[in-house]
Design a protein. Structure first.
Length: 438
């Protein structure tokens, strides 16, 4: 989801962009797992009385709970975001950039693709209503298709806090991580009495996991031996087993994801150590020519794929409900055998979406002599973006909110304008290569 790292060449000029192949490959695998997982979960059902419900078939399988411990990859997304975000912030500071310019860049990179998605969904679902589709089906499609937006909100909130967290990390890295972990646990202690308060961990938890990426970016984990990394993996999972075994947390990581809790931080520790342990192998695998070509191609449009795959899956499922196409009952053998066809259908539908909206992931850059946007415009755009997102988190995504969100995101894009280009300065090579915005 990020750009590429530019290293200073020996001659004093900035060299051509390089990639951190291990991070690229890890993100690619995570994205594939998310898309495949959603295709195996969503199962809308049309009942004889005309009502429509949706079932999470995969999540309802008893054997899936231990499996999701391995395949819950959201923490790894934020670990990678911490690596790339910290390096991007440091490079921007070295070039004379400001907190507001960093926020402007991050906001544009994420909300431009999302604004197009919300607008298309709003127009498409209103069109479905006008064509006589049952409003219940339309609302169900809106709520299901909007599920990826929680990640966008959490990721954006964590990224916008990078300048502050980077300063704290530089002064006291362990104290900062410990403080964030303590805040996560404190919020968890009130989740029973005040359920809505638990959603504060959408900020604290993911910032804490992102902080693990800071440690990787600074080479802390690289200095650990393989045996210590294995010990860290075992210790974090053992503590997770104890906490869930005592009943303090659920052992279902899908439940622990919304709202997120301390279990996700322990998974993040395990996944960060695992990533470091297998980094040499990942580098070798990603260096294979055909694998590198696929990873690079998908990586350039990763946000578009992530945002669009679930709305397209919901649209495809909704249309099939209106036809006589065979619809096997959830969790039956026929249903499981139909999943490859569903995945193929979503992949085919993603191609035109990528072709039409993929370029929105590219950062709009003005001329080098252009002035940056006023701080008030950047702050206002952030507020405008989070208003519909917070509403959707608490009340669910409705068709009305979908239209309001599209308007808010479009307004934010207009407020942010273009990011002024800066003449790159020679920089020393960092300790860890990462995929950063140039």
């Amino acid at each position: 989801m990020e750009g590429s790292l530019q290293r200073a060449g020996s001659g004093g000029a900035t060299a051509a962009p390089e990639r951190d192949l291990a991070i690229d490959l890890a993100r690619f695998v995570c994205l594939v797992l998310v898309v495949v997982g959603h295709c195996m979960m969503a199962s809308p059902v049309l009942h004889p009385d005309g009502t429509v419900t949706t079932e999470n078939t995969l999540g309802e399988q008893d054997w899936f709970e231990p499996v999701i411990w391995i395949f819950m990859v959201m923490p790894l997304f934020f670990v990678a975001g911490g690596i790339t975000g910290l390096q991007s912030w440091r490079r921007m500071v070295a070039r004379g950039g400001t907190v507001y310019e960093f926020a402007q860049t991050r906001l544009l990179r994420l909300i431009r693709p999302a604004s197009a998605l919300l607008a298309v969904m709003f127009v498409g679902l209103w069109g479905a209503l006008l064509l006589g589709v049952d409003p219940q089906v339309v609302e169900l499609m809106a709520s299901g298709a909007g599920m990826p937006l929680w990640f966008l909100a959490a990721y954006l909130a964590a990224q916008l806090n990078i300048p502050l967290l980077a300063q704290l990390h530089q002064r006291a890295p362990w104290l900062t991580l410990g403080g964030l972990a303590a805040l996560v646990i404190a919020v968890d202690c009130f989740r029973g009495a005040m359920p809505l308060f638990a959603y504060v961990n959408m900020l604290f938890l993911w910032c804490a996991v992102q902080q693990l990426g800071f440690f990787m970016a600074d080479g802390y984990l690289a200095r650990l031996s393989n045996s210590l990394l294995v010990g860290l993996i075992l210790a974090s999972n053992l503590l997770l087993l104890v906490l869930t075994g005592l009943g303090l947390y659920r052992d279902n990581m899908l439940v622990n994801l919304n709202p997120p809790n301390f279990c996700l931080l322990l998974l993040g520790v395990s996944q960060a150590a695992t990533l470091q342990l297998f980094r040499p192998a990942l580098d070798r695998i990603a260096s294979v020519h055909w694998i590198l070509a696929i990873v690079t191609l998908v990586g350039r449009r990763a946000m578009t794929i992530y945002l669009w795959h679930l709305p397209l899956l919901a649209a495809m499922a909704g249309l099939l409900l209106l036809t006589d196409f065979p619809k096997p009952a959830s969790a039956t053998a026929e249903w499981w055998w139909s999943r490859p066809l569903v995945l193929l259908g979503v992949s085919v539908l993603l191609l035109p979406a990528i072709a039409l909206f993929g370029r929105l992931e590219e950062r709009p850059t003005a001329a080098a002599h252009s002035r940056g946007r006023p701080p008030a415009a950047v702050v206002t755009s952030a507020v405008v973006v989070f208003i519909p997102v917070v509403d959707a988190a608490f009340n669910g995504l409705t068709l009305t909110l979908l239209g309001g969100g599209a308007a808010c995101f479009t307004l934010a894009v207009l407020l942010l304008g273009r990011v002024p280009a800066r003449v790159p300065e020679p920089l020393p090579a960092p300790s860890l290569s990462a995929n950063l915005e140039p």
